[in-house]
Design a protein around this ligand. Structure first.
Ligand code: F3S
Length: 289
């Protein structure tokens, strides 16, 4: 062994990278490549350029609109990503005699089912979440009636409940737990009959709690994820608070610009960072010392 090499301990977060639903969706597309031709995903399968590029090289194309669905050759495969989509899109795919492969995360699918059932029963649906997020867009599309999306305290304050209807509240899976409770509290004061279903998924908060813990123990901390990934940005902020030597990188190549210090190096990654990138970073950190 090189005499100058020092022993470093690498603490890799168990929750780094893909959550269960994203892993399942990405694997579904790779499985389809083995079985079928003419494969499309409705929207990019994840927000990671490397993965989308790799799939593109294997012939998988991304479509985004109803018009594009209408133009596909009969028998083509369309994969729905983990965020899910509207009932209208699923129906359109089937009507066009395309092969619908639904990789909607089961936790998101559960929300679709609640919304479909409760709206059928006559409840007004409230989604606590970001109206611009594709997951929320998809959830709205399973309601039989109009839906209200609430994202802030001021929106909750100005919400006008219907006179004679029950209200059913669900949440976007990645919504902040504390904020959800706060908003529900405000709405509850205005509505008599309210069904509250907390549909927040723990994957995000578990990743954040673990990242924070590792950052408190690490001398340097590496957070891996796409530049535009908001959940990676959040992880970076959490880690930086605990460990001043925290670095935000995209791939192992970026390690060249990073000055790692100390003997304990922590590593975590955002929800759309593939395992091979995490492993490569881990291997390169060892090499640096
Ligand atoms: Fe992931 Fe599904 Fe939760 S996509 S964040 S496991 S809701």
């Amino acid at each position: 062994m090189d005499g100058n090499k020092k022993e470093v301990e690498i603490k890799l977060a168990k929750t780094a990278g893909f959550c269960f639903g994203v892993k399942r969706a990405v694997n579904t597309v790779y499985d389809q490549i083995e079985k079928n031709e003419d494969i499309y995903t409705f929207g990019p399968i994840i927000h990671n350029e490397e993965v989308v590029k790799d799939l593109e090289q294997k012939g998988v194309k991304v479509i985004e609109t109803e018009e594009e669905i209408n133009k596909l050759k009969k028998g083509s495969t369309v994969v729905i990503r983990s965020h899910g989509t509207t009932k209208k899109i699923c129906d359109l795919i089937k009507e066009n005699q395309l092969n619908l492969v639904d990789a909607t995360c089961p936790f998101v699918k559960k929300i679709h089912n609640i919304v479909a059932e409760k709206s059928e029963e006559g409840c007004e649906i409230i989604i606590i979440g970001n109206d611009l997020h594709p997951e929320v867009e998809g959830i709205k599309g399973w309601s039989k009636n109009a839906v209200t999306v609430i994202n802030s305290e001021s929106e909750a304050e100005s919400y006008c409940p219907p006179n004679d209807k029950n209200v059913c509240i669900v949440s976007q899976t990645t919504f902040n737990y504390k904020k959800f409770h706060k908003l529900v509290e405000i709405i509850q004061k205005k509505v008599y009959n309210v069904i509250i279903v907390n549909t927040i998924c723990n994957a995000t908060s578990e990743r954040q709690v673990e990242a924070k813990q590792i950052a408190t123990e690490a001398d340097s901390m590496i957070v891996i994820g796409g530049k535009t990934s908001s959940n990676t940005q959040k992880l970076y902020e959490i880690c930086k608070e605990e460990c001043k030597n925290t670095y935000y990188i995209q791939t192992a190549k970026d390690l060249e610009t990073v000055q790692l210090e100390g003997e304990v190096i922590g590593i975590t990654a955002g929800a759309s960072t593939p395992k091979n990138i995490i492993e490569e970073v881990q291997a390169n950190v060892r090499f640096k010392f």
